[in-house]
Design a protein around this ligand. Structure first.
Ligand SMILES: [Ca+2]
Ligand SMILES: [Ca+2]
Length: 324
């Protein structure tokens, strides 16, 4: 349809042009432009402790008219819209006032509940609206308490106090930034600090250090699992210690995320054999730390033919054992 042209005589009288425009604008969305399909680009936090309800924030597009949530994989997760935080206000100096934050279609707060007995591991989360269903993002279920770093935590004087065991989640956002955490430990504890960044696609090349209460470096790790650091620390005496993480090259960015599984936790260096036929029980030899003398597992239940996922899947991956 041609409504008119500045350089020629309009094909449609001006009054009719205005009426046509008004009619197009007034069309309901289903008859005019198609409704937009929701899109999720990130979820934070993306790890949730089993048996808890957590608020996670989705970022993306067209998230204002969400009708529901879909989880794929093992069950045990449900989600509802979370109310906006009452304290969420942004000071906008150029407008001279306080306006509510997060009132847009690019952010959605979701309350996710995980049952206490659901299997650990990853789930796909999608949102749906009348126009369609989003692509999925991954949400992980863990047995550890999940902590988000709290700024400022960029030096030992502002180190964030954490209680082990825990999984600490953070981001190295600023150039040359280090994040510091402070924890108490008892003599002879064998503590594991297992960074997960590179292995999850983060550009962070972690450099991880343990310091004593005076700030003296006791241990440092660069690359153990790919670029991810791992420290095993046998506590020399009761006291407080610092954990420090930064990028090895002092790089940074909002996607420089990390996760540090921390505490007196079992850690597998290797398993043998590496797998077994579906539906078969095998004896698996284990090598690792904090295994409580466990060197073999006689019964390693694998999924039946109808359930191809190993029940205790994580035992077939080296790294921190996260329960089962
Ligand atoms: Ca920080
Ligand atoms: Ca590294």
């Amino acid at each position: 349809m041609i409504l008119g042209c500045a350089s020629s005589k309009p094909l449609v009288p001006r009054g009719l042009q205005i009426a046509l425009l008004a009619a197009i604008i007034a069309l309901p969305p289903s008859l005019g432009l198609s409704q937009p399909i929701p899109k999720i680009t990130s979820v934070s936090p993306d790890w949730i402790e089993r048996g808890t309800t957590s608020v996670v924030t989705l970022e993306g597009e067209n998230l204002r008219e969400i009708a529901g949530f879909i989880f794929s994989g093992d069950g045990g997760l449900t989600a509802t819209n979370a109310p906006p935080p009452v304290y969420s206000a942004t000071l906008e100096s150029n407008r001279g006032g306080i306006v509510p934050a997060g009132d847009d279609e690019k952010t959605l707060r979701v309350s996710v509940t995980v049952t206490p007995d659901t299997p650990l591991g990853a789930r796909e989360l999608r949102v749906f609206a009348p126009a369609g269903v989003s692509e999925p993002v991954i949400v992980n279920v863990d047995f550890l308490r999940q902590l988000m770093e709290a700024e400022p935590n960029n030096d030992t004087n502002h180190a964030q106090l954490v209680e082990l065991p825990t999984a600490v989640n953070g981001v190295i956002k600023e150039a040359a930034e280090s994040d510091f955490f402070r924890f108490k430990a008892r003599k002879d504890q064998r503590l594991i600090f297992d960074v997960d960044a590179f292995r999850s696609g983060s550009p962070l090349d972690s450099s991880l250090a343990l310091l004593d209460a005076a700030g003296k470096e006791l241990a440092r790790s660069e690359d153990v699992n790919g670029l991810d650091s791992l420290i095993e620390f046998i506590v020399p005496e009761d006291g407080e210690f610092f954990l420090q993480i930064r990028d090895f090259r002092y790089k940074s960015g909002k996607d420089y995320k990390y996760r540090i599984v921390s505490g007196e936790l079992p850690y597998l260096d290797s398993v043998f054999p590496f797998g077994a036929r579906r539906g078969q029980s095998v004896e698996v030899a284990l090598r690792g730390r904090n295994l409580d003398g466990l060197s073999k597992m006689k019964e390693c239940a694998l999924g039946s033919a109808g359930n191809p996922r190993p029940h205790n899947q994580r035992l077939f991956q080296s790294g921190s054992v996260r329960g089962g």
